[in-house]
Design a protein around this ligand. Sequence first.
Ligand code: C5P
Length: 303
Amino acid sequence: MTFSIRVLARAKLTLTLRILGLRPDGFHDLEALTVSIEDPHDVVGLRVRAFVGVRLSMTGRAAPGLPTGETNLAVRAAQLLLVEGEDPELPGPFAASGLDLTVHKVIPAGAGLGGGSADAAATLVAGNRLLGFGLGDGPLRDLAARLGSDVPFCLSGGTAWMRGRGEVIVDAGPTDPFPLVVAVPPFGLATPDVYRAWDALGGPRAARSCPAPSAVAELVGGELANDLEPAAEAVEPRLRPYREALEELAGAPALLAGSGSAYAVPVASPERAAALAEEAAGRLGGVAFATRPVGRGVALQGA
Ligand code: C5P
């Protein structure tokens, strides 16, 4: 019997994001082509513990300041799984057990890269496997949607359209990997603030677009745009100067990731991505990752 498991939890990147309107529940209807990216990623570990309950400890350069209690989405995912996963008629060998979680945190919070959602999706997948619950894709997706709008995408991963409030996933892959840089400024944004600003601004469309990499050009009609960009740049005045400086370094347009604060810049080669990532972090502060789209959001470590 196995008592522990480790999985990679990869960041998500919206390549293009349209907001179709405000919903009666206060959320926004979206249409976003989204990919899992190789980096940044967190590593999530789960270990069975003999006592009921969930404990989380975090390490890694993006961990300082993040909550490790009940407000952490990975903790909530583990709690939800423990309640909903076990068949009450046929309790398994772990019926009276709990989980110790570890998250090695590299995905910056407040960057629009779905870091908390990735950890939650990884916890669902790993916990389901470790505890032998045998939940299929459908029930896992339902649990994911209860945790947050981005968790279902992180669960399925790859290349997909996110619709509804984000929880409706339409697979669009596979996508040929293309090199890009994800550059994260030394400040973050709170997603609810950005959506509220979008409402206050009267629901603007993206003010600019950039040419799509050929791997996804057909899917998106040739251009990438993010309707949240004007709202994010209104909420955080440091965002636009950061983007302009990044574009200057890159010699190419940068596009906001989700509700920000990270930007993505598709580039010509992995070598160019590595050089630009180093330069962006060194000259602009924050962190930057040379990366590419990958086919899975959650992966057993080493798989
Ligand atoms: O679903 P999640 O908890 O990740 O959403 C965080 C916040 O982002 C919501 O409380 C809401 O303010 C905003 N949001 C939205 N429309 C969406 C997704 C998120 O307004 N489709």
